[in-house]
Design a protein around this ligand. Structure first.
Ligand SMILES: Cc1cc2nc3c(=O)[nH]c(=O)nc-3n(C[C@H](O)[C@H](O)[C@H](O)COP(=O)(O)OP(=O)(O)OC[C@H]3O[C@@H](n4cnc5c(N)ncnc54)[C@H](O)[C@@H]3O)c2cc1C
Length: 416
């Protein structure tokens, strides 16, 4: 079997040694293991458990855990490049792995850039160490359910899932929809609003981020999961009914998520690498298919037709444009980005999510009828790619909305 080339060539994109190493590890398990399993997970809408065993074995579950805590210490771009390589072979694995990694990225690198008093930071470092050791030593999987079906996941209202202060911790009540890894993660990293006997009003400022054990009393998984794409994510509904969560379960101290969403907005771009990988995979498939080189599709060559050459040219243009702006936005992610950087982040998010689907649909049109048979990966890439623009809080619609306003208005300006 031919070994796939890196999505981002080390010399051309000036990758560090660590980036080359981690992306190579991801490509290796992706091409040799995940690619063959993807159709089965998709058909059964089943969680990719075997892939997670491989991710643990390749030490990729701790990719964003700081080095001094035993992880790989990958930065934002390095993680994104690695996740994109996984997305080429199994979108559902890349997307769910993203949820797991975010619990370490947000509590790690991101939190290190945010303001906390020294006592809060010391406690945070102690608490996150508990989560990191669970991942590294007990092979624990984390997920990240924040969606509730309303405006909270869009970032405009407080989460309706409530963590009420009680002696020794919190009592959590609420519901999360589209909770990827439901029934398969060991800990659910739940965003909820903290209340107390004194403070009962829900405020976004009081958002807290708690790791709730899947086995805790009062936690249940409900409902079916039979979507059009990203079927292996198993994003069922989670219910929390009077769940007691101890004090040391915090992934971020109270109030810090609110600060992160404002000051480290690129955090929401972590959903894009899966779709960047899908875009690359749809393009690669098309080239191989038109050259008559896809296994099991016979010796027919289709590349000699001018219309197909033009379509592939269009796909290549779109892929290069997407990779360039995505790489740039991922490279410049930081605390307190400038307005220009934020507008570029929204542009990159929109471009990646929309173009992944556009490239996949062009791929089917160009390759032709036999290419969309279930025996080939293209139709799955097409269905998976459709999900990208729906991911809150930066859906394609919300990106357009924020971009339009951001381009025309400066802070404080209004026409009312
Ligand atoms: C495959 C897949 C996996 C997912 N995994 C996870 C996961 O692990 N964790 C998680 O938390 N979520 C996950 N999601 C959920 C995702 O991020 C969204 O929250 C979900 O798709 C929203 O569905 P909805 O129908 O409620 O959206 P919508 O109805 O589009 O939006 C919900 C609310 O957001 C606000 N809103 C939406 N659009 C606009 C707009 N244009 N302007 C203003 N307000 C707007 C509105 O208040 C609206 O009622 C996943 C989704 C998919 C497809």
């Amino acid at each position: 079997m031919q070994i796939d080339q890196p999505m981002f060539d080390a010399k051309a994109w000036k990758l560090t040694v660590q980036q080359q190493d981690l992306t190579a590890r991801a490509r290796d398990i992706g091409q040799n293991k995940f690619a063959d399993r993807a159709a089965d997970y998709d058909t059964r809408a089943a969680f990719p458990t075997e892939n997670y065993n491989d991710l643990f074995d390749a030490n990729l579950m701790g990719i964003c855990i700081p080095k001094d805590a035993g992880g790989e210490g990958a930065d934002f771009l390095t993680y994104a490049l690695t996740a994109a390589e996984i997305g080429r072979y199994c979108g559902a694995t890349a997307l769910t792995w993203n949820m797991h990694v975010c619990s370490t990225l947000w509590s790690g690198l991101l939190s290190d850039d945010l303001e906390m008093d020294s006592a809060t930071r010391a406690l945070h470092i102690k608490n996150r160490g508990v989560h990191y050791q669970r991942i590294l030593e007990q092979r624990a999987i984390y997920s990240q359910p924040f969606s509730e079906g309303g405006a909270a996941a869009a970032g405009t209202t407080a989460f309706a899932t409530v963590a009420h202060k009680v002696p020794g911790g919190w009592r959590v009540n609420g519901k999360k929809i589209f909770a990827s890894l439901a029934g398969h993660a060991n800990y659910y990293g739940v965003l909820c609003t903290e209340t107390s006997d004194e403070i009962t009003e829900l405020s976004r400022r009081n958002t807290t981020y708690l790791a709730i054990p899947a086995t805790a009393a009062g936690v249940s998984v409900e409902g079916p999961w039979d979507p059009v794409g990203m079927r292996g994510t198993v994003s069922r509904t989670l219910i929390f009914k009077d769940v007691f969560v101890p004090q040391d379960a915090t992934l971020m101290p109270p109030g810090i998520y609110f600060q992160a969403a404002k000051r480290w907005p690129h955090m929401f771009m972590t959903l894009t690498p899966s779709y960047m990988g899908i875009a690359q995979a749809a393009y690669d498939f098309t080239v191989n298919y038109l050259r008559g080189e896809v296994e099991g599709t016979g010796p027919v060559k289709r590349r000699q037709f001018a219309t197909k050459q033009i379509a592939v040219a269009q796909m290549r243009i779109m892929l290069e444009q997407t990779k360039s702006i995505w790489f740039q936005a991922m490279s410049e992610a930081c605390a307190n980005p400038s307005k220009d950087q934020l507008l570029r982040a929204w542009t990159a998010q929109y471009t990646t999510m929309e173009n992944a689907n556009e490239i996949a649909q062009l791929a089917i049109r160009t390759c032709g009828g036999q290419s969309m048979l279930k025996s080939l990966p293209l139709e799955r890439l097409y269905r998976d790619s459709r999900c990208g623009s729906l991911m809150l809080p930066w859906t394609s619609e919300l990106c357009l909305d924020m971009l339009g306003k951001g381009c025309l208005y400066e802070p404080g300006e209004s026409d009312e």
